[in-house]
Design a protein. Structure first.
Lengths: 411, 315
């Protein structure tokens, strides 16, 4: 594993743009980590938070969405729901981290967050409980993946408004399409404010009594069709749900707009995490483009699980070729070492050919990685690179190891 | 596996689902089957495996014997209305699309049933000889979403008390539950999160929906470099004397080569631990696809993966 971290010169820079993650985070209050599933986003976000608390002496919260069990345990997150709690300094100390600040961690409990939101915005308790009991609401909150997007943002806003932390690091939910996440607040506002909602619930509002099915002459073929397909009971459920939900409209839209504003605020920055595999990289590329196009601040790009540069060393290539082509002769010479394991030249020759071929195989992958990295690295201010670790990251020691690459010590 | 009529491939994002689905289609076409490949995410990943431009809702040949289509729930709804309710093609598509988006936001199951319904419909058409596919292969939703999709026909019956939709979802459930017809396959890589999600998904699929499970495809399996005896030889090469002598013979690059091999060994070893977890927790047949050390993407890779799957299936 290589011990160096590569930083690329960005294409366009402001004179005062940060060059390290430390500088970037020192000037921010919120950093949103995004990327495809499986790239190690959660670990990188947790490590970034850990590093910020240690380096900046800040009180940092990492808000994670769906951590692997071992990491959740490592951070002491099991079974604590929405509550934030401090990672004990002695846990950090054991991992060799002398934290000047505080590291806090919290997990997102989608269902509970939605319930809180409804209780806060509903016009009275009765409406709140009507909503909470509606079976469509259960679907919306429990099963519907996209609602995580909005609720994550909402929680972030809530915590930020509380002003308790110097820096909030948020890990984003695994979306099929990372851009959905950015659009969540606007979509939510749109959803509750749209004319479509009024149009769809029209037959149920005519007659003044909610839930009463008075079809006015104005009923369009749409309702008749929907009725034939879905059945009227289902339509009534939908209408009731929307009508109740609509009563929260004012509070909701105001809130969604505020969340949107926070995302664009100059105190907020985005960090994109990717590995160099085709699918995550493609997603990262698109996501970087979208962030810039929508005027969000793309602060950092983190390449995770990269291969070491030694795989691209011309001397290594020459040695690998020699190992393959002169295997027999070299093996004969190695008998001299006097080791029992090197006494059989045919076995030694086989091992030499194997390691030579393995080097070549991995250098193909390393070369592809380098090209891909160079292409993407021109956009953000800060680029960090984390090598492939021999073991999976699942504890605070592992996070500390990632930290060394996110926050390289200046020479 | 290829004798069934409907194969789903799901898995955690980024594990190579589309590649495995496309390679399975290619493999089936090699033994003379005509395949319809359905891309549920409609990101254009499926045609890309054959180096073709993105496809639409209407199936299009992307390779001899392989047709591909991209799922589009709105088009599926239109087709459904036209076929089942004899509602004429709607003039105003805009409001329909927006209303659908809207209802689907609050009532999950609506979009999923349009997806799964269209897939099941194509399978029924092929079984009853009205469509000339032998096999429908679905590059399905990722692990987080697949249970809802496969269970859509059931959950819609929970929500909708009466109406044609209720009646028309029963046959979909029956088809999905038939082990002669359907198999749900999970693609994974030998890494911590994909394996954990696979184990969790197998449990959830068994508990929550009635669908027969097929195989687990383990993608990107690194080669085992050494036997135990060879590994001792490797360790002797890494020891100071071996290392020094090797450096004299092959130059300073010996260190890079030895470190590279060491990394390859440890990556393989970490992954072996996850494979072992998978073997312990899941009682489904496993198929292995090796890590491909190539720079290429596209059809060449699809062919190589199809070769590997063919070997695993004894074809």
């Amino acid at each position: 594993v290589t011990r160096e971290t590569t930083r690329f010169a960005p294409r366009r820079r402001h004179d005062d743009a940060p060059t390290t993650l430390e500088q970037l985070l020192a000037a921010k209050e919120v950093v949103v980590f995004c990327g495809s599933g499986g790239v190690g986003k959660t670990s990188v976000a947790a490590a970034a938070a850990l590093g910020a608390s240690a380096r900046l002496g800040a009180k940092v919260l990492v808000l994670t969405i769906d951590p692997a069990r071992r990491l959740a345990t490592a951070l002491g997150l099991e079974g604590i729901g929405n509550l934030a709690h401090q990672v004990p300094p002695e846990v950090l100390k054991r991992a060799g981290i002398e934290a000047r600040g505080e590291l806090w961690a919290a997990m997102l409990d989608t269902k509970q967050s939605w319930d809180d939101l409804v209780l806060r915005h509903a016009k009275d308790e009765e409406t709140a409980y009507k909503i909470l009991d509606n079976r469509l609401y259960h679907n919306l909150t429990a099963r519907f993946v996209q609602s995580h997007d909005y609720i994550a943002m909402e929680r972030l806003f809530e915590i930020h408004a509380g002003g308790e932390y110097d820096l909030i690091v948020i890990d984003t939910p695994p979306t099929r399409n990372a851009i959905d996440f950015l659009e969540a607040p606007a979509r939510m506002a749109d959803f509750f404010g749209g004319r479509l909602l009024r149009w769809l619930t029209l037959p149920y509002r005519v007659g003044g009594k909610r839930g009463t099915r008075v079809l006015s002459v104005a009923s369009r073929p749409f309702y008749q069709m929907a009725d034939r397909v879905l059945g009227s009971k289902f339509l009534e459920d939908i209408a009731e749900f929307f009508l109740n939900f609509q009563s929260m409209y004012g509070g909701f839209v105001e809130r969604a707009n505020a969340v949107e504003k926070l995302m664009h605020d100059k105190r907020t920055t985005f960090a994109v995490v990717t590995t160099l595999e085709a699918a995550p990289l493609h997603e990262a590329e698109r996501f970087c483009g979208e962030l810039v196009a929508r005027d969000f601040h793309l602060g950092a790009l983190v390449f995770n699980k990269t291969l070491p540069d030694s795989l691209l060393d011309p001397a290594g290539e020459a040695a690998a070729t020699a190992c393959i082509e002169d295997a027999a002769a070299i093996a004969d010479g190695l008998v001299e070492v006097g080791e029992e394991a090197l006494a059989d030249p045919s076995r030694t020759a086989r091992v030499l050919r194997t390691i030579g071929e393995s080097y070549r195989n991995f250098s193909v992958v390393a070369l592809r990685e380098t090209e891909l990295r160079a292409e993407l690295a021109r956009v953000p201010d800060v680029v960090a690179r984390i090598p492939t670790f021999e073991d999976d990251i699942g504890d605070v020691e592992g996070l500390a190891a990632i930290c060394n690459y996110l926050y390289p010590v200046a020479n | 596996l290829l004798d069934r009529r409907l194969l789903f491939f799901t898995g955690k994002g980024g594990v190579g689902k589309s590649t495995i689905a496309a390679a399975t289609a290619l493999l089936a076409s090699r033994i003379g089957k005509r395949v319809l490949l359905v891309e549920v995410d409609a990101k254009g990943d499926i045609p890309a495996q054959f180096e073709r431009a993105p496809v639409g809702f209407a199936p299009k040949e992307v390779h001899p014997g392989v047709l591909a289509m991209a799922m589009d729930t709105e088009a599926s709804l239109q087709e459904y209305l036209k076929l089942n309710l004899r509602v004429p093609v709607l003039g105003r598509v805009g409001p329909l699309a927006r209303a659908l988006e809207f209802v689907a936001t609050a009532a999950p199951g609506v979009k999923e049933i349009l997806t799964i319904g269209k897939i099941a419909w194509e399978v029924r058409e092929s079984i009853e000889g009205r469509a000339d596919y032998d096999l429908v292969i679905v590059d399905a939703a990722a692990t987080g979403h697949i249970v809802a999709q496969l269970g859509a026909a059931d959950s819609i019956r929970e929500l909708v008390d009466v109406g044609p939709l209720r009646n028309q979802t029963q046959w979909v459930s029956d088809m999905l539950a038939d082990p002669q017809i359907t198999a749900v396959n999970i693609v994974t890589t030998p890494e911590e999160m994909p394996v954990a999600e696979t184990i969790d998904l197998v449990r959830r699929l068994r508990a929550e929906v009635e669908v027969p499970l097929g195989s687990v495809v383990v993608n990107r399996v690194l080669p085992e470099l050494f036997t135990r005896a060879d590994e001792q030889t490797f360790e002797a090469l890494r020891a100071p004397d071996g290392h020094a002598l090797l450096t004299r013979r092959v130059g300073a690059g010996a260190t890079a080569v030895l470190d590279g091999a060491r990394l390859a060994v440890s990556l393989r070893r970490t992954r072996a631990v996850h494979l072992e977890e998978l073997l312990q927790a899941v009682d489904l047949p496993l198929m292995y696809v090796p890590y491909l050390f190539v720079r290429a993407h596209g059809l060449r890779v699809t062919r190589m993966v199809a070769d590997a799957l063919g070997e695993e299936l004894g074809l």
